[in-house]
Ligand binder design. Structure first.
Ligand SMILES: [Zn+2]
Length: 258
């Protein structure tokens, strides 16, 4: 009944300019991209009994024929973008929010025309008043005027089975989602839990708003993931896109295979 699809939007290098530049390991040499980090971008689609959920929306890049990469990926998985019923946004940095809308011949459209978009109210306010390199104003302004937008206020539950919780850490009003299905729990930690190895390495990342808090949150969520056997959806981790954790010799480690 439940079906999970990883919607790969590709691999990118990111330097201080915070631009996401496509990186193909066959064509490109990482040495040509100094002071860069290399990340994958991958929203997730989860079919539940009640909904077709989308977790974050990617950069919104188009393929060679002008179609959004995320639309193509959804179709390849046997769904249509118009089937998505809920878009759950961890935060509004453009590598997560760029695909919420798209432009065609000078007009802007919702990428998921039949979906409700769930955004944390304080995150939207923050993004609209802090247009740094990390936020893009135009899609946010468009969505703000749309009937599709539902603003969440603090922590709570949507339709009795999707928990949301403000975490901060990566950005001040970042939120995470926990979805309860009949047999499994799916946890989307956005950029508070973006790569499985970060839990193991316990690093403080410079790109986080509050690096220490983000690290502590990662470990806290990973510990809960062990206890409740969560499927953790990792937005920037191709190798461990869906991760379960376990404890071996008092340390949290990536459980595989499962
Ligand atoms: Zn990100």
């Amino acid at each position: 009944m439940t079906k999970l699809v990883v919607l790969t939007e590709g691999q990118y290098s990111v330097d201080q300019s915070k631009k996401f530049i496509p990186f193909d390991p066959i064509l490109h040499d990482p040495k040509d991209r100094p002071a860069s980090i290399f990340v994958h971008v991958q929203p997730f689609l989860l079919q539940t009994e009640h909904d077709l959920l989308l977790f974050d929306t990617g950069l919104g890049y188009a393929n060679f024929s002008g179609e959004l990469v995320i639309h193509e990926a959804i179709k390849n998985a046997g769904f249509d973008p118009s089937d998505v019923t809920k878009v759950l946004m961890s935060h509004l940095h453009f590598d997560h929010a760029g695909g919420m809308v798209y432009e065609k011949q000078g007009s802007t459209y919702l990428s998921f025309p039949n979906a409700t978009y769930f955004i944390q109210q304080e995150e939207l306010n923050f993004a609209l008043t802090h247009t740094t390199q990390s936020y893009r104003l135009a899609p946010l302004e468009f969505l703000r005027r749309s009937d599709a937008l539902v603003l969440l206020d603090g922590n709570g539950t949507i339709d009795g089975y999707i928990d949301y919780e403000i975490t901060g850490g990566h950005c001040p009003f970042h939120q995470v989602f926990k979805v309860h299905t009949a047999n499994e729990i799916y946890f989307f930690g956005g950029d508070v839990l973006p790569e499985a190895m970060q839990v193991v390495r316990r690093l403080i990342a410079k790109y986080d708003f509050d690096g220490r808090k983000a690290m502590e949150l990662r470990n806290q969520f990973a510990a809960q993931a062990v206890q409740e056997n969560w499927n953790c959806l990792m937005y920037h981790d191709r190798q461990n896109a869906v991760t379960k954790f376990e404890i071996i010799a008092d340390a949290i480690t990536i459980k595989k295979p499962f």
